[in-house]
Design a protein around this ligand. Structure first.
Ligand SMILES: Cc1cc2nc3c(=O)[nH]c(=O)nc-3n(C[C@H](O)[C@H](O)[C@H](O)COP(=O)(O)O)c2cc1C
Length: 230
């Protein structure tokens, strides 16, 4: 600012700061966060969420050969009817299989099958027979037109009720026709026990697999310590 004294510039900056603070006042939370250095840093629009599952999706090709692929972009999406969604790229062999057969299964591998499961996520059934390579056993579902993995302890059998093209991925919404579990992973109450299944979690940031952690508390209960009494 040529022609202005340092004192004049200083006064101008103080006035500007005052005007800005009055026009855009900070609420007390923002002020507190900034003071304590706890402002969240924006990381951009990314496909990160914690945790994501390790689903092994089973399908038949046009010749009836079974294939399996890993899907981390998926989860339960409706309670009634019971539905699960898996998002799959058109480039995969599985995509064409599910489009043609309108059915798929989800087998949940235990931690000890980390090598076999990961293999299903890095090789295509278009060129390899993944069941032969992994020595896993395909079992024909008695309810839907798709195979599941015998060695994996927990299975969903689904028929496709909706196909939603989203972009790179297409979401297949499957109605769950049955849930099957090995006797060995059932608890005393007859329900599947997460500790016995030992499912894996995929970390999309570190591109790594984790086991599930320990018991923390009861869902629909722990919040009651805060909920107002009616
Ligand atoms: C941990 C992991 C998660 C994956 N998640 C997905 C996913 O959600 N959707 C997808 O289209 N591909 C996903 N993939 C890649 C497919 O599993 C992979 O392209 C596979 O080879 C496709 O097999 P296919 O050609 O026999 O169908 C994932 C791979 C790994 C290792």
């Amino acid at each position: 600012m040529k022609g202005y004294s340092a004192a004049a510039i200083g006064k101008f900056l103080i006035a500007l700061a005052f005007i800005t603070a009055s026009v855009f006042p900070m609420d007390s939370t923002t002020a507190l966060s900034m003071k304590e250095g706890t402002m969240k840093k924006s990381l951009g629009a990314k496909t990160i969420v914690f945790p994501t599952p390790v689903f092994v999706v089973g399908s038949y090709d046009s010749t009836g050969r079974p294939d399996v692929m890993v899907v981390a972009w998926g989860g339960i999406c409706c309670s009634k009817p019971p539905c699960v969604a898996v998002s799959i790229r058109e480039a995969t062999y599985t995509y064409g299989n599910i489009m043609a057969r309108k059915a798929f299964t989800i087998s949940i591998p235990s931690e000890k099958y980390i090598h076999e499961a990961d293999y299903c996520g890095i090789v295509s059934g278009r060129t390899e027979d993944k069941f032969t390579a992994t020595k896993l056993t395909p079992v024909k579902s008695d309810l839907v037109d798709a195979p599941y993995v015998k060695e994996f302890p927990f299975v969903l059998e689904c028929t496709v009720i909706k196909v939603v093209p989203l972009g790179l991925h297409t979401m297949f919404i499957g109605e769950i026709k049955d849930v099957k579990a090995d006797e060995a992973v059932l608890g005393k109450d007859g329900n599947p026990d997460i500790k016995k299944i030992e499912p894996m979690i995929f970390d999309p940031v570190g591109r790594a697999y984790y086991g599930v952690g320990g018991y923390l508390g009861e869902a629909f209960e722990e919040g009651k310590t805060i909920k107002k009494k009616d």
